[in-house]
Design a protein around this ligand. Structure first.
Ligand code: SF4
Length: 500
């Protein structure tokens, strides 16, 4: 028997064929194909040994490490093997997007009008698992954490109806001992534990992971200095980890056979600085450390302005990370093509440059990434509270300027997060004609580039030819549907035929 069992749903407990890029597939609702096909394509399950997950999402590994350091008996269980752990006293569940209300899921669901996305479906399946119910009947406490916990504020009844005892919002390290001790003692817990309102954990309170993380992801710091009002990350104080701390986690992954991975931060290129100007010496030391332990690497997130202000970082990544892979992906927020909207709503986004030059900064950054075989998955926000018609037109203009850069551009409907929780959600029925045109342009751009990227996806990986052929088939299916519904923008038609 184990006292504390940590787990996550099937969409999170996956390596997405060794690349986070495919994780986007968990945000779509079932559409045309059966769920089992999507599962194989986007979220094949990780392996288990005696019910324990061999690799697990980084956030779960962090909690597991904290609990072990505190002397608790805790493991990360595979969600398909919970029958081995239904006598646990506490079940901790990590979630990213439990109800599909996150920007990507809610946008895809609204556009496709096909109901709940996979991440929501599988979260519900997990929480309704008969083994979790059995543990609960035996008196176990259920604690939920992770970046998606804000969604429970809109779904309080679900939490109580499903026997959830405590939802931890924010970084748990400072409070882990109190929360789990009370849970083990069977004491009452608050339904919402707002850890983000307490002082953030100091570096020495944040443990190093002890076992392998999904896709070798290793965090290098927390927080972001740009303070965009719509972003939840603004609730986290900026901290960077020293290289020695990072290396311990790389070694933990190496010990369990992981030799590739993701450098994780809200802005990888700002490593070690507290302003907005990258420090190339710190970046170089960081990249060399990762390259010492991993053969293939990617960045989780960076910013347009950081790439544009320090192009040598992309060149260095190409030199160090692209020996065994053709390209790597990274998430970047463009958010808008409108310099005026950047100025009004998120002026720090452009720093150290001026907001008025936003389109040039975006082109410079995407050009630098293109030249160095780094493929950004860029986000745009549709329906920001102070967005005007002229801003949407400026974004369409920007899309034309960047159409020959290898990138995906994903438009996301505004979701009230960060400092804008009192604003209204943007709904599909509020789309203006120009916003619809923008969605079509992004879809056309994505279809054009995704076929090329899918063909070279994870080259050298044992599953690569099968996965890539399936991906190309899937993209062509979406393209046929899009063309039939006249959703493909004319100005991209030639690009389509030339890339087929
Ligand atoms: S730059 Fe990105 S991570 Fe930083 S505050 Fe803005 S949206 Fe959030």
């Amino acid at each position: 028997m184990v006292d504390i069992v940590l787990t996550a749903d099937r969409t999170m407990m996956s390596t997405h064929h060794d690349s986070e890029f495919l994780g986007f597939g968990t945000c779509i609702p079932p559409y045309i194909l059966p769920t089992s096909v999507y599962g194989k394509l986007f979220f094949p399950p990780v392996k288990a040994k005696q019910g324990v997950a061999t690799v697990a999402p980084y956030a779960l590994r962090k909690v597991e490490a904290k609990l072990i350091d505190l002397g608790f008996d805790a493991v990360v269980a595979h969600p398909s093997h919970l029958r081995r752990f239904n006598d646990a006293k506490v079940i901790g569940i990590s979630t990213m997007d439990p109800f599909g209300l996150g920007p990507a899921s809610s946008t895809f669901a609204a556009v496709l009008q096909k109901g709940e996305p996979f991440n929501a479906l599988f979260f519900k399946r997990l929480i309704e698992d008969k083994n979790i119910k059995k543990a609960k009947e035996n008196g176990a406490k259920i604690i939920v954490g992770g970046p998606g916990t804000w969604q429970f504020e809109h779904m309080k009844d679900f939490a109580t109806e499903h026997g959830i005892d405590c939802i931890v919002m924010g970084e748990i390290e400072k409070d882990a001992e109190t929360i789990f001790r009370k849970a083990l003692n069977g004491e009452e817990l608050p339904l919402f534990y707002e850890a983000y309102k307490n002082p953030a954990p100091a570096l020495e309170e944040i443990p190093e992971i002890k076992h392998a993380s999904v896709n070798g992801l290793v965090e290098i710091g927390r927080g972001c200095p740009r303070g965009c009002p719509f972003c939840d990350v603004t609730k986290r104080r900026l901290r960077w980890y020293p290289l020695e701390k990072i290396e311990k986690e790389l070694e933990a992954n190496n010990r369990e056979g992981i030799d590739f991975g993701i450098i994780h931060a809200e802005d990888v290129l700002l490593y070690g600085v507290h302003g907005v100007k990258p420090d190339i010496e710190k970046i170089e030391a960081l990249f060399k450390l990762f390259a010492k332990h991993y053969k293939r690497l990617s960045w989780s997130h960076t910013s347009i302005a950081a790439v544009a202000s320090e192009p040598r970082a992309a060149e260095l990544a190409k030199e160090l990370f692209l020996n065994e892979q053709e390209w790597f992906g990274v998430e970047i927020g463009i958010e808008t093509g409108s310099p005026k909207l950047i100025e009004r709503s998120m002026p720090a986004k452009a720093k150290p440059f001026e907001a008025k030059d936003w389109q040039d900064i975006v082109c410079k950054a995407l050009g630098t990434l293109h030249d160095n075989n780094i493929v950004p998955a860029c986000t745009l926000i549709v329906g920001l509270p102070d967005e005007r018609e002229e801003d949407t037109l400026a974004t369409i203009e920007l899309m034309d300027k960047i159409k020959d850069y290898r990138c995906m551009v994903v438009p996301l409907f505004f979701v009230p997060l960060g400092r804008l929780t009192d604003r209204n959600w943007f709904r599909a029925e509020n789309l203006s004609a120009s916003q619809i045109e923008l969605l079509e342009v992004c879809l056309s751009h994505g279809l054009r580039w995704s076929k090329e990227l899918a063909r070279g996806y994870n080259k050298g990986h044992v599953y690569s030819p099968i996965v890539n052929a399936s991906l190309v088939g899937f993209i062509k299916m979406i393209e046929r549907v899009a063309k039939r519904k006249n959703l493909v923008n004319d100005s991209y038609a030639n690009a389509f035929s030339s890339s087929q």
